[in-house]
Design a protein around this ligand. Structure first.
Ligand code: DMJ
Length: 584
């Protein structure tokens, strides 16, 4: 009915209806707004998903200026390095490892040491520069005059490669090609080469360096760890590039082909392989021990050869897809992104059943930085490194790049959350709460932060500390903070690194020299274990130093860090490799 034909009464009724409607609408917007806010709170990344990518931590307050070195904090790290090194030099020079409380060294072989601590520390001294020149000269003299690999004993192939071979190669490069390091590296690599002479080509886990012979692990004969065979490549490939000896390259590339052929369709790798057949053994899938650095080296091999091996990029991308689909999960209360482990059991019909365990090793904390680095290289449209800092994710990243960058940032936040302990140090292993785990809703952190999304298994006050509760001077969270800082220049990452360093100073420092491991990160005053791991000098203090130094020192577009933080230069291979084409 046209309006003009309505009676005044009808008009009045209609006005009334309209008024009621307006009144209700006014009341309705409040719950709608509240609902919308709750939705945003529960889905914090929804806006960034819709708008492309724009994470708050990616945007430093002043994008134009390069962060300058923080001299005071950098010098505090140098002082910490000297505190550790001088004690080792005083009590244990030449020994593989250091016991700072007992003031002595120990060797990994009864036939004598091969200078693990010294060689792991040399490139940190070179990076720290003139402040460490006297210490460096003494360390170099030891290498030149005392180091011998003619040792009867069992040396771990993986550890010897990442710490000693990696350390020597990095020292060679950073010392502007001091030939002593290359000579020693070639000697060591040649003594290790026979470990690859096996039916499949998967190396023996142990080596007798004097006899030049591979040795099986007596506890697990015929079995090799995936991370252990998948974390030799950066070192042997760089040595091959330096010496033009293809043998070094071929042996470790062959391992990547064997792994590539046996992977799950998801791109994920079980942690054990059959050395004889080269097949995977049904075993845990995880990003912690025996799994971690396989994924790290997938990415870093691609970076090492200047993005010229798309076959490696494809393997990496597939693995990151699998990790997101099967391993990455989010905690209930604080929405922390974490990684789980998959444990297989065999069904009656021989098929596998995978059980998910919400357990995350401290070792996994390398992954946050690694994913961000991967996003800026494998996750770009060109497959080459982005130049902008922070990257313009919306313009430069593929869908995979955006996803990996975001997961990387979130994983770093989670690793930082595991530092919310009585000491501010993060434990060796955490478990995340799940709705069905039956654990009562109480804070499990000594700081009482509620609701607690993670806990340390078996870490009750007063009990013998569990293995999980230890902090053994590990570098992984700091390593990720270093990469994130270099890729974003955001001060948040520096601030967090400084807090961790202060916790190390407060709880791990031994007054008479050196740093020791903490037995329970949630129990103060701490009880210490008499051991300073060599990666304290090669990784933990190096990454800390680089975080506070000039951002152009050892830039990420010129170097790739091996898994023991020994920087090796990126190079273009002189001839095509087995992964230069897409499918290996
Ligand atoms: C280091 O020896 C290496 O980083 C290795 O890949 C695993 N972890 C230790 C340090 O935690």
């Amino acid at each position: 009915m046209p309006q003009s034909q309505q009676s005044p009464q009808e008009n009045e009724n209609q006005d009334l209806d309209f008024d009621v409607l307006v009144k209700y609408a006014k009341l309705l917007w409040l719950p709608i707004l509240a609902g919308f806010c709750a939705f945003l709170y529960l889905n914090p990344t929804i806006l960034s998903d819709l708008l492309g990518y724009d994470h708050p931590l990616s945007t430093p307050p002043e994008q134009k200026l390069l962060p300058t070195r923080d001299v005071e904090k950098r010098d505090a790290i140098v002082a910490a390095f000297k505190h550790a090194w001088h004690a080792y030099e005083r009590d244990a020079m030449g020994a593989d490892e250091y016991r700072p409380i007992g003031h002595k060294g120990t060797n990994l072989s009864s036939a004598g040491g091969i200078g693990y601590t010294i060689i792991d520390a040399i490139d940190t001294m070179l990076i720290m520069g003139p402040e460490l020149s006297e210490e460096y000269n003494r360390a170099r003299n030891w290498v030149a005059n005392n180091l011998t690999f003619d040792r009867e004993g069992r040396f771990n192939t993986f550890e010897t490669t990442i710490r000693i071979l990696g350390g020597l190669l990095s020292a060679y490069h950073l010392s502007s090609n001091d030939s002593i390091y290359l000579e020693k590296a070639i000697d060591l690599a040649d003594r290790l080469l026979p470990v690859f002479n096996t039916p499949s080509g998967l190396p023996f886990p142990l080596a007798n360096l004097a006899k030049r012979k591979g040795i099986a692990d007596p506890d697990l004969p015929g079995v090799v760890g995936t991370a252990e065979v998948g974390t030799l490549q950066l070192e042997f490939r760089y040595l091959s590039h330096l010496t033009d000896n293809p043998d070094y390259w071929v042996k470790v590339e062959n391992i990547m082909k064997i792994i590539g052929a046996g992977l799950q369709p998801s791109g994920l790798a079980s942690i054990y392989m059959n050395q004889q057949t080269g097949e995977f053994i049904p075993s845990d899938i995880r990003l912690g021990s025996r799994g971690d650095s396989y994924y790290e080296y997938l990415l870093k091999q691609y970076i090492q050869t200047n993005y010229t091996e798309p076959g490696l990029r494809a393997m990496y991308t597939q693995a990151m897809n699998g990790i997101h689909k099967y391993l990455v999960r989010q905690s209930k209360a604080r929405k922390l992104i974490y990684t789980t482990e998959l444990i297989p059991s065999v069904n009656l019909d021989d098929s596998l059943n995978w059980k998910r365990v919400p357990k995350q090793d401290h070792l996994v904390c390398f992954l946050g930085g690694s994913l961000m680095l991967g996003a800026t290289t494998t996750g770009t449209y060109t497959g080459k490194r982005t130049t902008s800092i922070p990257p313009d994710g919306r313009r430069e990243f593929t869908g995979q790049g955006k996803r990996d960058w975001r997961t990387g940032e979130e994983l770093i936040k989670t690793c930082l959350a595991t530092h919310e302990t009585a000491t501010g140090l993060s434990p060796e292993i955490v478990h995340f709460r799940t709705p069905t785990d039956g654990i009562p809703e109480v804070a499990s952190s000594a700081l009482g932060i509620l609701p607690s999304d993670w806990y340390i298994k078996g870490a009750k006050q007063g009990d013998e500390p569990s293995y999980d509760a230890r902090y053994i001077l590990r570098p992984e969270t700091i390593e990720s903070l270093f990469i994130a800082f270099r890729l974003t220049h955001h001060p948040f990452y520096r601030e967090q690194a400084w807090q961790i360093f202060q916790a190390i100073e407060k709880h791990c420092k031994v007054e008479t020299g050196g740093y020791a491991s903490v037995l329970n990160v949630d129990d103060v005053p701490v009880k210490l274990e008499d051991k300073m791991e060599t990666f304290m000098l090669s990784e933990t203090l190096k990454y800390l130093y680089l975080i506070f130094e000039d951002v152009n020192l050892i830039p990420l577009d010129e170097y790739v860090f091996n898994t023991e933080a020994h920087p090796l230069p990126i190079f273009t291979p002189k001839s095509p490799t087995g992964f230069s084409v897409h499918a290996p």
